[in-house]
Design a binder for this molecule. Structure first.
Ligand SMILES: [Zn+2]
Length: 125
């Protein structure tokens, strides 16, 4: 795409946004993939794309950005992970398509338990 950040736009960048015009931070976005599994998550919208920030003219490491509107959150929740970790996650998600709802729930509970074992979830509020 047209370069708007001093020659540092990554090849995959399809859209670039400033935090605000003339801001010290720019957001580079790859192609958005959005799915809308109604009935699973409400409001139900899940997206993924390549993502990178340029802060004060310096590029941060690019990542694969996952986002979803979660039932208990008003705004979209994000997680940015390195490309190789994203490939692993894609493989796991692929396998989950063949899981029963009970296996799916068990796996989700396992993820939360592992995360809580490392770092208890902060109190909501
Ligand atoms: Zn860009």
């Amino acid at each position: 795409m047209e370069n708007r950040t001093n020659g540092k736009c990554p090849d995959w960048c399809e859209k670039e946004t400033d935090h605000r015009p003339g801001s010290y931070i720019q957001f580079h976005w790859g192609r958005h993939t959005v799915i809308d599994p109604r009935g699973v998550i409400d409001p139900s919208r899940i997206r993924v794309d390549a993502y990178m920030e340029t802060v004060n003219g310096k590029d941060r490491p690019p990542a694969v950005s996952f986002g979803a509107h979660l039932p208990d959150q008003e705004n979209m929740a994000f997680a940015d992970i390195p490309a190789n970790d994203a490939r692993t996650l894609a493989s796991v998600i692929e396998l989950l398509a063949g899981a029963t709802p009970e296996q799916h729930a068990e796996y989700v509970a396992g993820i939360r338990a592992a995360a809580d074992a490392i770092e208890p979830e902060p109190e909501a509020g």
